[in-house]
Design a protein around this ligand. Structure first.
Ligand code: ADE
Ligand code: ZN
Length: 359
């Protein structure tokens, strides 16, 4: 039986672990900004904009976050995004995430946003860009937290729709080109093959955008192959099902292709039956360039440090491996090399400081 003393010492060990994880300078490379909309803010915005939600209160809404799979999550996620109407709404949502990111020791973030979720409701693309970008610029001024925006196409819509979105967004590149540097592909994966977007991704590459795509989350390893070979992406979002294809996994390891893995998301969406089954630590130990990320933290019960914590407590991730994951996240980011080097040196300095204070 545990004594009160055991419990106190366990609690202080947990606090010390959280402190360690928070102070690690790290990047988050896979977070959907619409997935950071917490129920409390969703209610505030619904009230502000006169949008009615089919829930009486925050507790009822949270109770509905009981997902069977990606599809059942996406239904709620798109419904939740309907409260976002004005530039201030996009600002408030992004700012709330950035505050949380800063607390978690995130020094650089690459956020995905889904313009089609908003333009199909009649919201101007300029409103979406301006609200998100203002918050990102404020975070850079305030904390030195840098960022990029990844405009992501919804793969359950047509390639033609993606082209329309791209063409509407391009004139905004002049104003937001310092932030908007990448293109992604998300939403319902099964049946919406990477090949469907071959022309629009080729056009984006031609325009100088960096490319990423969700693949191997619910879809099989073949989707990861095709995201690499047909879309020519540099990073794979999720990619955890690559483990099912040894040749593909070798390719990913040998070519140091980063995978942005989101453990808590995968558990909540049934990609793995439980944390104990998650492949992330296995992949890391085999030499894959994996990074940890929160995906849609308001829906999946945890931000970045919570994802690290789950891997430490349930998968035996060591402190050195936490440092490796933090380094991977900076190396796999779309920052220029000098900025990456500066962040990596900050990490080394932090580590030396920690080491000395522990001694
Ligand atoms: N959009 C938001 N979260 C997503 C996820 N986990 N997979 C695909 N599309 C998404
Ligand atoms: Zn995602």
């Amino acid at each position: 039986m545990k004594t009160p003393n055991d419990r106190t010492s366990q609690a202080s060990q947990q606090d010390e672990l959280v402190d360690f994880l928070r102070q690690l300078p790290k990047a988050e490379l896979h977070v959907h900004i619409e997935g950071t909309l917490e129920p409390e803010l969703m209610f505030t915005l619904a009230e502000r904009n006169g949008v009615s939600l089919p829930y009486r209160n925050v507790a009822e809404l949270r109770a509905a976050y009981d997902f069977q799979d990606l599809g059942s999550f996406l239904e709620l996620y798109y419904a939740g995004a309907q409260v976002l109407i004005t530039k201030q709404d996009f600002y408030d949502m992004t700012w709330a995430y950035l505050q949380r990111a800063h607390e978690d020791g995130i020094v650089h973030t690459e956020i995905m946003f889904d313009p089609q979720t908003h333009t199909r409701r009649g919201i101007a693309l300029e409103t979406v860009f301006a609200g998100i970008a203002d918050a990102l610029r404020d975070a850079h001024r305030r904390w030195g937290l840098s960022s990029r925006m990844i405009l992501s196409f919804l793969r359950d819509l047509s390639e033609q729709d993606a082209f329309i979105t791209l063409n509407k967004a391009l004139p905004l590149r002049q104003e937001y080109g310092d932030l908007w540097t990448a293109i992604g592909l998300d939403s319902a994966e099964l049946g919406n093959l990477p090949e469907k977007f071959v022309h629009v991704f080729a056009q984006c590459a031609h325009l100088g955008f960096r490319l990423v795509a969700h693949a191997g989350e619910e879809g099989p390893a073949e989707y990861v192959h095709n995201a690499l070979d047909v879309l020519h992406v540099e990073r794979i979002d999720h990619g955890v099902r690559s483990e099912e294809d040894p040749a593909l996994l070798h390719r990913i390891i040998d070519n140091r292709i980063p995978m942005t893995v989101c453990p808590l998301s995968n558990i909540r969406l049934g990609v793995f039956p439980s944390m104990a089954d998650h492949s992330v630590v296995r992949l890391l130990r085999r030499g894959a360039t994996v990074t940890l990320n929160s995906d849609d933290p308001a829906y999946f019960g945890g931000y970045l440090v919570d994802n690290f914590l789950a891997c430490v407590t349930e998968l035996g991730l060591t402190r050195d491996e936490c440092r490796q994951l933090a380094r991977n996240s900076i190396q796999a980011s779309f920052l220029p090399d000098d900025a990456k080097q500066a962040l990596l040196s900050a990490q080394t300095a932090e580590q030396a400081y920690q080491h000395n204070t522990v001694l």
